[in-house]
Design a protein around this ligand. Structure first.
Ligand code: PAF
Length: 270
C-alpha cells in the first residue's frame, strides 16, 4: 500500500494505477462502516484509493473540529488490512495551499434543508472538498455511505449538474447489533448516552413500520420514540417532497444526545 501525503506523491502513485479506480473519501477514525465502503470499492474497481482528511471547511465555529478523533496510524493499518492500494492523507496546507478557498461549491436548495438548516455552510464545505478530492484522485467510481444520506444525495446531484466523470455508489448503513448506526462521533458518547442514542434507530424502525398507514402515521410513530429531535423528516428518496399516497420515501432524523449531535435515516414504503 502506498501512503501519499503530498499532491506530488499522490500524482505519482495515481499514475501507476491501472484500470478503474474506486475512491472512498473519509475524515479518518475508520470503523466498520468505512470498511464496508472499502469492500464495496474492492468489488467494483480494480484499484482502491482512500483519502483521509478532516476538512475544516465543513465544521462550524462551535463544532467539534478540534476534538474530532485523529487516529492515522490505526486508520492506515485498517486500510492495509483491507486491501487498499493507495491512501492520500494530506495536511491542511496540501489541500488548501492558498488558505481558505474563495470559490466554493453552492449546494443549491437541497443544501439548505435538514443538516444544511442546522449547520449553515456545511454542504458548501463538504461539496468543495469532495470536488477537489475528485480532481486530485481522478476516480471512475466513488463510494459514499447512506448513513450521511443528504451528503450522498448532494454529491450525486453535483456530479449530475456539473457532468463530473465519476459514478457515485451508495452503500447501506452499518449498524451495531442493537441498531445504533456506526459513526466516528459515537466515541463521544458516555455509556448512558449510548443507551439514549438508541432512540434514533428506534424512531426510524417505528416510523418504517407505520408506512402502510401513511406519512402522518410514520412521523407520529417516529416522534413517539424520539420526542425531542433536531429534525424528523419524511422525504422522497431524492429528498424532494414525499409521495402523496403510496411509494418509496426516506425518513431522516437528527438529535442531540448530551453534547453529541447524531444523524440517521432509513427507507420507508408508504
Ligand atoms: O463523510 C465524510 O466523512 C466527509 O463529509 C467527506 C465526504 C470525507 C468530506 O470531507
Amino acid at each position: 500500500m502506498i501512503v501519499a501525503t503530498t499532491r506530488g506523491e499522490l500524482d505519482s502513485a495515481r499514475d501507476k494505477l491501472e484500470g478503474a479506480v474506486g475512491v472512498v473519501l473519509t475524515m479518518g477514525a475508520l470503523h466498520d462502516g468505512h470498511i464496508a465502503l472499502i469492500r464495496a470499492a474492492r468489488e467494483r474497481s480494480a484499484q482502491v484509493l482512500v483519502t483521509i482528511f478532516v476538512n475544516p471547511l465543513q465544521f462550524g465555529p462551535n463544532e467539534d473540529f478540534d476534538r474530532y478523533p485523529r487516529t492515522l496510524d490505526r486508520d492506515l493499518a485498517i486500510c492495509a488490512a483491507n486491501g487498499v492500494d493507495v491512501v492520500f492523507a494530506p495536511d491542511r496546507a496540501q489541500m488548501y495551499p492558498d488558505g481558505e478557498p474563495a470559490v466554493r461549491v453552492d449546494p443549491g436548495p437541497l443544501g439548505e434543508i435538514l443538516e444544511g438548516a442546522s449547520r449553515p455552510g456545511f454542504f458548501h464545505g463538504v461539496l468543495t472538498v469532495v470536488l477537489k478530492l475528485f480532481h486530485l484522485t481522478r476516480p471512475r467510481l466513488a463510494f459514499f455511505g447512506e448513513k450521511d444520506y443528504q451528503q450522498l444525495a448532494l454529491v450525486r446531484r453535483m456530479v449530475r449538474d456539473t457532468d463530473l466523470p465519476v459514478e457515485i455508489v451508495g452503500v447501506p448503513t452499518v449498524r451495531e447489533p442493537d441498531g445504533l448506526a456506526l459513526s466516528s462521533r459515537n466515541r463521544y458518547l458516555s455509556p448512558a448516552e449510548r443507551q439514549a442514542a438508541l432512540a434514533l434507530s428506534r424512531a426510524l424502525r417505528a416510523g418504517a413500520a407505520a408506512g402502510r398507514d401513511g406519512a402522518s402515521a410514520v412521523l407520529a410513530a417516529a416522534r413517539a420514540a424520539l420526542p425531542d429531535p433536531d429534525y424528523l423528516a419524511l422525504t422522497a428518496p431524492d429528498l424532494g417532497p414525499p409521495p402523496p399516497r403510496h411509494g418509496s420515501a426516506r425518513l431522516l432524523v437528527a438529535a442531540r444526545i448530551g453534547t453529541t449531535r447524531l444523524i440517521d435515516n432509513a427507507p420507508v414504503e408508504l
